[in-house]
Every structure is written in structure tokens, then in C-alpha cells.
Design a binder for this molecule. Sequence first.
Ligand code: PLP
Length: 435
Amino acid sequence: MKINEKGHLEIGGADCTELASQFGTPLYVFDEAHIRKMMRVYQQTINEEYEGNGLVLYASKAFSCEAMYAIARQEGIGVDVVSGGELYTAMQAGFPAKKIAMHGNNKLPYEIAYALDCGVGTIVIDAYSEADLIEREAERRDLVQDVLIRINPGVEAHTHAYVQTATPDSKFGFSIASGAAQKITEYVLSKKHMRLRGFHCHIGSQIFEKQSFVLAAEKNLAFVARMKKTLGFEADMLNMGGGFGIWYTDADAKIEPEGYRNYLTALLAAVKAGCEQYGLKRPFITLEPGRSIVGEAGITLYTVGAIKDIPGIRKYLAVDGGMFDNPRYALYQSKYSAVLANRADEAPTEVVAIAGKCCESGDLIGTEFNLPEAKTGDIVAVLSTGAYNYSMASNYNRNFIPAAVLVREGKAEYIVRPQTYEDLVRNDVIPAHLK
Ligand SMILES: *Cc1c(COP(=O)(O)O)cnc(C)c1O
């Protein structure tokens, strides 16, 4: 992103004020080059530092639409999906099923059946009931499904720190420490229609601490070694999850795409060292970055409408979007940064709240935006909204989920078309007695 000679914000070579007038607001805008760059940095690091014995799986829950799977397909990486809906979207985009990993802590019977019908590469087991379902459905189809088991290594990572937890309280995974991970491993190994390839862990999200990933890798390798020793099972695949942090505000580190290499270098070094230490074959490594691939590649454009200045309290800029396109402030007080896209060269002069248009006091994009004095009609660009915004959007208050455009060399095209009033009532039914 940069500021052009007109003082306007530019993304991927496109002037944001022109995007706003061409496509309307609110609008999600994605920079294709940035997305590709991130995918490449991760895969190239595996290629160069781990002899290509691994695959990046884009965690598509961060931003799922057909075009995203098409980009991942062109880049030659894999994806992970966490629902039948994400899987369907990937299949519609022609994504190779073998490069798909299926996640979820409570996969439904129809989702497991669909995953087997599609022929997904791996399913990550997170419950006994799931293991039973996969076994039954695979037997019915006379096939053997590759599976991983989600383990909980007892490393809980937060943005700038991590903690080791002995008795972790989580709905995800089987704890190594409690013995649950070994038990489910034995269980899955006893089944005929599942081929256990190895283990998966995902220790959290928006993590900047390299050591968290290193520690998780060490714990996983120790577990792999123990399973080899006690059960004679040697994992040949290890899925290390995602969770790499991104810049939202200046409280976060700003990492250039190349900088993410450092996380993988540290993680892969820990895997190699663990293999060395325990005499294990180096497993195929998969990684599942989501936020760090699309987060900073996306922005949301809004138009400023009502402005309410409450003396001595705060000033609210109401925009044409809100919690229906970005619920993250309402959900967890996530912080964002913003600029006025049409006056991006002006220095900030005040701190304002940006409010949405929903009938909720908590419908805010945030309360601490440094901006020049905004006027009705100005275009606000909220930054780093590429991950977990569109994918978490809703039609609350029967607002439209905004369209998304992909910008490439200055040109923008729809990747998600705008909704219409007809879309909002498409599934509504009036029973006869109400007519
Ligand atoms: C959410 C999730 C990811 C991606 O996490 P990011 O923080 O977006 O990188 C990867 N793997 C699993 C299992 C997840 O649930």
C-alpha cells in the first residue's frame, strides 16, 4: 500500500477512492500479489530448508471464497477446510482434493461422508465419535482414509507470550500429558479403514513468539518418539498448524513477507533436531497459516455518514458497515488501524471511534482511530481486515455482506459479488396460514 500523488491511498496499484466509486462501499479489497507472496515465502522456506518435504496448507477459514482456492491451486499449495461448506467451495474452485486437510472439533456425519466422497487427502481426527464415523464411512466405500490425530501439546500461545499448561482446558485436541493422545492413537491404529499418518497441533493464533512454535515442535517430536517406542508406530506426517501474527496496530510487530521465513526456519530446525535426537525419519511437514496469508492483504473501505461528537466523551464516525462485515471488535475487542483513503496524506489530528450502522451499542470497528478530522462522505480504509472479516460476516439487521474485489496490477475484479435484497429473502418462506 502507498499514498499516491493525489494523496489517496493505493492498494495493489489501485486508487482506493476510485475503487469506492466504482464498486461502492462497504467493500473488501484484496491485494493478490501480497497473498501470493505470502504463500510463496512459506512454501519456499520448506523447499529450501526442509528439502521440499512438506506442504503449506492455507487455512481457508481466514477467508474462504472460490477465488482464494484458485490462487492456492495456482501456487501449488494445499488448503485446510473446517466444514462441508468450505470443502464444497474448494471443490467448486477445482481444488485438488488430495491437497485438502479436513479439520473441525465436531465434524458432522454428512461432512465426513462428503469429505470421503471428494477424496480429501487427510482428515484430522478430534474425537472418538469422528474416528468411528470415518471408519464406518470408509468401510462402506471400501477405502482406507489417511488421517491425523489432533493432539494438544500443552503449549498455549498468546500474542506476545506463551504458557505451558499441564492440564489444558480446551475443546480441541487430545492431551499428550494426560495420556489421552496415546489412547486415541492406539484406537485409530486398531482400525482397518483409516491409515494413521501422524499428528496435528495448532497452538493458537496471532502469535509473535517464535519460541512457542519451537516448543510445540519439540513436544510433538517427543510424542512421536514415544509412540514409536511404545506402540511401534512411527508418524510420517506432522501438521504444525498456523497462528503466525500480523500487524493490526503499532502495538504489533510489522513483519515483511520475507520475515515470516524466520518462524519456519526455527520450527523446521526444531523438527530436524528432534528427529536427530530420537533417531526418527524426518516426517512430511504441513503448516496451516491463515491470518498471515490474507490478513494484511485485505482492507475494508467505508463511507463516513453520521458524525456524533459528544463533548468530553468521544467522537463517533458512523460508517456504512459495522459488525456485520467485521464482528471482531464486538467479539474480542480486536484493534485496527484506519486512514482516510481520500486524504491519506493528511496527518492525524484526533482520536475517534468508528461505529457501524447496526442497532447495537457494541457495534464498533474500534474506539481509538487516529485520523484527520473526518467529514461525511470521506472514505475510511480499515487496514488488515483480510482475515476473519468476510469469513465471519453476517446479514445482521438484514444488511448486505459487502462484496469483495481482488486487485492485481492496479485492476480490480469482483471475487464476491454484492448481495441484493432478493438474496436476503431467498430462503424465507411464508406458511400458508400466514398468507
Ligand atoms: C484457525 C486455524 C488455523 C489458522 O490459524 P491462523 O492464526 O489464521 O494462522 C490453522 N489450523 C487450525 C486447525 C485452525 O483452527
